[in-house]
Design a protein around this ligand. Structure first.
Ligand SMILES: [Zn+2]
Length: 656
């Protein structure tokens, strides 16, 4: 074993030496498929020099300029250039495996995005929203697409009924799926992920044939499916559901114990989908219009909590208890949850804008005292969000906080932690993040944006995470003032990566979404608010969205169009820029004699976002386009400061 290691080491060393000597020549940036960046490095008398050649979108916005500094130290590479009063830095580390340099680039010390320099160029598509083609499997499509076997029927109700065998981590039960026939067809897709399996399917007393393609079951119906008729199908299933490797990010069942050694079981399945533990139409576009009933059979010393209201508790002869939960509103697929423990229950009432809202709290006995203090924030949350977004969307189903894992389970928000901040820290770095409990505020914010307004396709994740991240700032603003909210957003924007466009690929349930769906979306929503420049209108748009798309599933384009219509001007290029590219719009400007000239760089064609600036300390709006605008000024201007609420970059061109 030892000698092998030495051989490996020496191999690595020789690659290292070869690679490290070979820095001259042309390097291609390959992290961004929709921009073209070449760096050519030369060496003369031990001194490096080079050319930086950057082209973006059909040849517009080109920079071709010498590099000022190339520094190699061990396996790190620093490239520095000054273009006008732009200071650009590339801080890179050698990756011997792929023979590339990887790292980040910085504009005037601000980290902008990831960079990979390679000897081999990749194919470029210099058009808007160019995304590298990925290949998808049939399973991806069966999971993520509205397949013909899904499209012909509309969900009206689920009746899920099962027994939970905690000792054997086993579920056995049935789901009665009610639907309306939209188109007369007789092949139906129902999803359930292995190792769970469907054992029997019945319609009108007749057992049906089905085939399985991994996660999808294709069922042959016998009865006539007459257009407009209401039907039911009963699906029996059982198995050991997947255990969650890393809840909630990598979901499934979590089997724990409380401090008294009693079972503590909970689910999470965002992304993976509800078919991870029960049979359903596992696509976000369709929700059961009339809600859902969930009956759970558990050992009698435990309480099973699901969504909606507890409508029956029945003690069975075999020493188990059945809890029946009724949800009367349409429910988001991954929002369906199960929490089982020796819960203590307490409750209160909230006098909200739509009447009295029942608030129920289910916590482990050891958390009761802490919960009574921490959960007071639920009312503060409701007050702030009903102000900004309109009534809590599920009055009929109550509001709950349940000990488990932080997740936006509809009307049964999963919770853990009992401390302010996100796991005790303020991820905005502004200080305001410690003034509230991230899980209570963020996950409850999702009741409006995720559970009320639900994306049809995971590609539009920003509708859930962007608005909800922004809701944190609105919470801060409501309770601590507008300046506090602005500082919070500003803090969040430091974590924007601009690695891939916010909107992902459609029809494949792409669970590898960018983290920019959170902070970058919040930052551009805040930018949008500045352009609207009328906070009452902005609030009317936020509440209007929750009315227009009440209990609906939507696409990003529908949300974009709604906002544009309410604002009264076109926002296509605005949304394209922030949602469909990774570029930060950059204001280029110069002052000369009696002229002040400016334009947008780094922007999609036609980008014309107005911008609030301070010109020699005087606040004013300018309306840059991607072409130069020249303004006459009485005197020569000295200084321009962009309003910090805009998520943009700027640089002063000193040469013109
Ligand atoms: Zn979230």
């Amino acid at each position: 074993m030892k000698s092998k290691i030495i051989v490996l080491l020496s191999l690595q060393l020789s690659i290292y030496t070869l690679f490290s000597q070979n820095i001259t020549g042309t390097w291609y940036e390959i992290a961004k498929p929709n921009a073209s960046l070449e760096i050519i490095i030369d060496k003369n008398n031990d001194i490096y020099s080079g050319i930086y050649n950057w082209e973006w979108k059909n040849g517009t916005n080109t920079i071709n300029t010498p590099i000022d500094n190339v520094l190699i130290k061990n396996d790190s590479l620093l490239i520095e250039l000054n273009y006008l009063d732009y200071n650009l830095n590339f801080k890179l580390q050698k990756d011997n495996k792929t023979e590339t340099y990887k790292g980040f680039f910085y504009l005037n010390s601000r980290q902008l995005g990831p960079v990979t320099l390679s000897r081999t160029p990749i194919e470029r598509d210099l058009t808007i929203s160019a995304v590298a083609e990925k290949t998808y499997t049939k399973q991806d499509t069966l999971r993520g697409k509205i397949t013909p076997e899904r499209a012909w029927w509309d969900l009206t109700h689920y009746n899920l009924d099962f027994e939970l065998d905690i000792e054997n981590k086993f579920i056995k039960g049935s789901n009665t799926i009610a639907y309306t026939v939209l188109e007369s067809k007789n092949v139906m897709q129902i999803d359930l992920q292995p190792p769970m399996k469907i054992t029997k399917v019945i319609q009108a007393g007749v057992s049906l044939l089905f085939t399985q393609e991994e996660n999808a079951y294709i069922i042959q119906l016998k009865e006539d499916q007459i257009k407009g008729s209401s039907k039911e199908i009963e699906v029996f299933y059982e198995g050991n559901p997947k255990e969650a490797p890393r809840p909630p990010w990598d979901g499934g069942f979590t089997w724990e114990q409380d401090s008294n050694g009693k079972p503590f079981v909970y689910t999470s399945c965002q992304g993976e989908g509800a078919s991870l533990w029960w049979p359903c139409k596992d696509h976000m576009y369709d929700e059961p219009n009339n809600g859902m009933t969930i009956s759970i059979n558990v050992p009698e010393n435990l309480i099973a909590v699901a969504n909606g209201k507890l409508t029956a508790t029945e003690k069975n002869d075999n020493g188990t208890t059945t809890y029946e939960w009724t949800i009367v509103n349409p429910i988001n697929n991954y929002g369906v949850s199960l929490n089982v423990a020796d819960y203590v229950h307490f409750s209160d009432l909230y006098n909200g804008v739509k009447g009295t809202l029942e608030c129920d709290y289910y916590v482990l006995p050891e958390h009761l005292e802490k919960a009574k203090v921490q959960f007071k924030q639920a009312h503060l949350m409701l007050e702030a969000f009903e102000y900004w977004f309109g009534p809590y969307p599920f009055y009929e189903d109550s509001y709950k906080l349940v000990d488990g894992v932080g997740m936006e389970h509809q009307s049964s928000v999963g919770y853990s932690g009992y401390e302010n901040g996100m796991e005790g820290s303020d991820y905005s770095g502004s200080g305001w993040g410690l003034k509230f409990d991230y899980l209570i505020i963020h996950e409850s914010g999702h009741e409006w944006f995720a559970n009320n307004i639900t994306y049809k396709d995971m590609a539009d994740m920003w509708i859930h995470e962007g608005f909800t991240t922004y809701s944190e700032a609105l919470y801060v603003e409501y309770h601590f003032g507008i300046k506090a909210g602005e500082e919070y957003i500003k803090g969040l924007s430091q974590s924007i990566a601009n690695d891939t466009p916010i909107i992902g690929d459609y029809d494949i349930n792409d669970i590898d979404y960018t983290q920019d769906a959170y902070s970058k979306s919040a930052a551009f929503l805040h930018t949008l608010r500045q352009i609207i420049n009328d906070d009452e209108k902005w609030r009317a748009i936020l509440t209007g969205l929750n009315k227009e798309f009440y209990h609906k599933t939507v696409t990003s384009v529908e949300v974009e169009n709604y906002i544009a219509q309410k604002v009264g001007f076109k926002l296509n290029t605005f949304f394209d820029q922030y949602l469909r590219t990774t570029e930060i719009p950059t204001l280029e400007y110069h002052f000369k004699d009696h002229t002040f000239a400016y334009r947008w760089l780094n922007a999609v064609p036609g980008f014309n976002m107005p911008l609030k600036v301070k010109l020699d300390n005087k606040e004013q709006w300018i309306k840059p386009t991607t072409n130069w605008t020249h303004e006459y000024t009485k005197d020569t201007k000295k200084e321009l400061i962009v309003n910090p609420n805009f998520y943009v970059a700027s640089f002063r061109n000193m040469k013109n």
